[in-house]
Design a protein around this ligand. Structure first.
Ligand SMILES: [Zn+2]
Length: 321
């Protein structure tokens, strides 16, 4: 029987390569040349569960029944595929958490308005001990929403910025920030954000990222300052290269500490951001991803990951797990 080969759609190929970190799911040898194999050996069956990424050596093995071969039966190949894709997801997400980076990596912007609906949709809860302690101190309500203790100050100068944390005594504001930083890490480990650096081409982004996706982006961000009105400012944030641009607004009320307000999130800075994608737009050949920020972090250093390319698939974590 002749089997007809049907070309694998480009979008499906992008999804497969992303999920497998462009790595053979059997030998997991980094940077080996790879191919996409049809598990049931039917080249017209382009169902995602029938497609597995293999290196050229393992691909040869999958097509042979030699006594010394790896015995890569369809059932075993499906197991290898599922196991490796789950591992890639876990390693990639673990690498996005600041504690995987250098000591100074930290979320210094957490969108208090956005994070609770995101947590609810994912079934993520605040750390119970931290939440209970803050409820008993009157800092947050039972849902973790800040109940401001101090009256809103009027700014002493027109350009002075006042944040949510200024509405508490210093130690309570630190505890509040700690509760929310912890929640961001939990969101990452539950949502398995898409690592934008690994799909930074127009075709790949459109194949892998959808409205509603949660994405992680670690690269240079541009912060365009606005007018400070009543101690608050809405900054327009861009991250762009290769005709791809991420756009969102970051409100200063969610920024923690003076270095966030006046150093980390101004001008052009290397930043990690966790974003919730709203939609796409194409303007003059440029793909624009409009998003809402969940968090932004300062102090992340891509070389700390010791990746072949900055933060691609969290390879540094591969050695730890
Ligand atoms: Zn292999």
């Amino acid at each position: 029987m002749t089997k007809t080969r049907t070309i694998i759609p480009r979008a499906l190929e992008a999804i497969l390569l992303y999920k497998s970190a462009k790595t053979c799911c059997v030998c997991r040898f980094p940077r080996a040349p790879i191919q996409i194999h049809h598990i049931d050996q039917n080249p017209s069956n382009n169902c995602e569960s029938n497609l597995v990424v293999l290196c050229t050596n393992c691909h040869d093995d999958a097509h042979t029944t030699r006594a010394l071969s790896k015995n890569l039966t369809p059932a075993r190949l499906s197991q290898f595929k599922l196991k490796w894709e789950a591992d890639v997801l876990a390693r990639s997400s673990t690498a996005m958490v600041p504690s995987s980076n250098l000591d100074q990596a930290m979320w210094t912007f957490v969108n208090h308005q956005r994070i609770i609906p995101v947590m609810n949709s994912l079934g993520v809860k605040f750390n119970k001990a931290k939440l209970d302690s803050l409820i008993s101190r009157g800092v947050v309500d039972k849902d973790g929403i800040p109940t401001f203790q101090l009256p809103k100050k009027s700014p002493a100068y027109t350009d002075q910025i006042i944040t949510i944390y200024d509405r508490f005594e210093w130690d309570d504001s630190m505890r509040l920030h700690n509760l929310y930083m912890d929640a961001v890490d939990k969101i990452i480990l539950k949502a398995n954000p898409i690592e934008l650096g690994a799909v930074w081409t127009k075709t790949d982004i459109r194949s892998v990222v959808q409205p509603g996706s949660i994405c992680f982006c670690m690269r240079g961000h541009m912060f365009k300052r606005g007018d400070v009105i009543n101690g608050e400012e809405n900054r327009l944030v861009f991250a762009r290269s290769n005709n791809i641009e991420i756009q969102f607004h970051a409100h200063t009320r969610h920024m923690y500490g003076n270095s966030a307000l006046y150093d980390s999130f101004v001008g052009s800075r290397f930043t990690a951001s966790l974003i919730h994608v709203k939609d796409y737009a194409v303007e003059a050949g440029k793909l624009i991803i409009r998003a809402t920020p969940i968090s932004m972090g300062a102090g992340f250093v891509p070389s700390a990951y010791q990746t072949p390319r900055p933060l691609r698939y969290g390879w540094a974590q591969a050695r730890k797990i």
